[in-house]
Write a protein that binds this ligand. Structure first.
Ligand code: ATP
Length: 251
């Protein structure tokens, strides 16, 4: 297995109104291929900033981010955009679906933009429908995005994140807008995708969501304060163990 992601002394500073905000401070994080890792931490600790920095969505201030052995900072803008389109998948709490397209058209959009896939539209449509079937939402293919539930829409976002067969998925609060049942359904699918080989890094506030991952990284004030690797196998035991550990971390 390769190392999917590695940061060394990663720093991110925002300057707002001439005031410097050092959000990430020398973060060293390694995610191996095939892992499913949750990032937790207090509000404002820098979780989303970390996710954006390691996925090339935001420029870093100092340090390095290596994605499957390639330095993101060393890439030209076009190469970075192609890497994000072809090799990374993104899932956000806000979903960012285009309102004037159907659910299926939203899902296949990244494949239509892909240079690597270069598949005829009917093949792309078949792949999109196949993913929708797998995620249990194929009946919503031709619906307008305002006509489906939040849980269905988030599953559609997962389909979209998978359409170009990414090596790694980055998810920012993927279940944040969902009720417990819909959240469990989304997490089951993300676990399944992970079992099939896709590496996942996800930010969450939810102990139940994080307890479905293999490892939890705890961020405080822009630094990794600790990490927890699960040894328990039963869901309840995992949740309890993680809750106890989070309390020790000061959560
Ligand atoms: N685009 C931006 N410009 C300026 N400051 C920003 C920007 N994005 C985030 N910040 C600041 O960075 C800090 C960390 O924000 P971030 O969203 O990464 O935290 P978080 O841990 O994800 O928080 P939450 O759990 O509340 O979502 C905050 O002080 C925030 O104000």
């Amino acid at each position: 297995m390769a190392t999917a992601l590695q940061t060394k002394d990663l720093c991110k500073t925002y300057i707002v109104n001439k005031r410097q905000n050092n959000v990430l401070k020398n973060v060293d994080l390694t995610v191996e291929e095939g892992e499913m890792v949750a990032v937790m931490g207090p509000s404002g600790s820098g979780k989303s900033t970390l996710l954006y920095a390691v996925s090339g969505m935001d420029r870093i201030t100092a340090g390095s981010v290596s994605f499957f052995g390639r330095e993101l900072a060393g890439m030209r803008p076009r190469e970075l955009a192609d890497t994000r389109l072809e090799e990374m998948g993104f899932i956000f709490q806000q979903m960012y679906m285009l309102k004037n397209l159907t659910v299926l058209d939203n899902i296949i959009l990244p494949a239509c933009q892909s240079k690597e896939q270069r598949a005829p539209r009917r093949e792309i449509v078949a792949r999109g429908e196949g993913l929708m079937r797998k995620l249990g939402i194929v009946e919503t293919a031709d619906s307008d995005i305002s006509e489906v539930s939040g849980g269905q829409l988030q599953r559609a976002c997962i389909c979209r994140s998978l359409i170009n067969r990414p090596k790694m998925i980055f998810a920012d609060e993927p279940t944040g807008a969902l009720n417990r049942a819909a959240s469990d359904g989304v997490m089951e699918k993300l676990e399944e995708i992970n079992r099939e080989g896709t590496t996942l890094l996800l930010v969450t506030h939810d102990v139940k969501v994080a307890s479905r991952c293999g490892r939890v990284v705890y961020l405080v004030d822009g630094n990794i304060k600790g990490e927890y690797t699960f040894e328990e196998s039963l869901p309840r035991a995992r949740e309890r163990a993680l809750s106890n550990w989070l309390i020790e971390m000061g959560w």
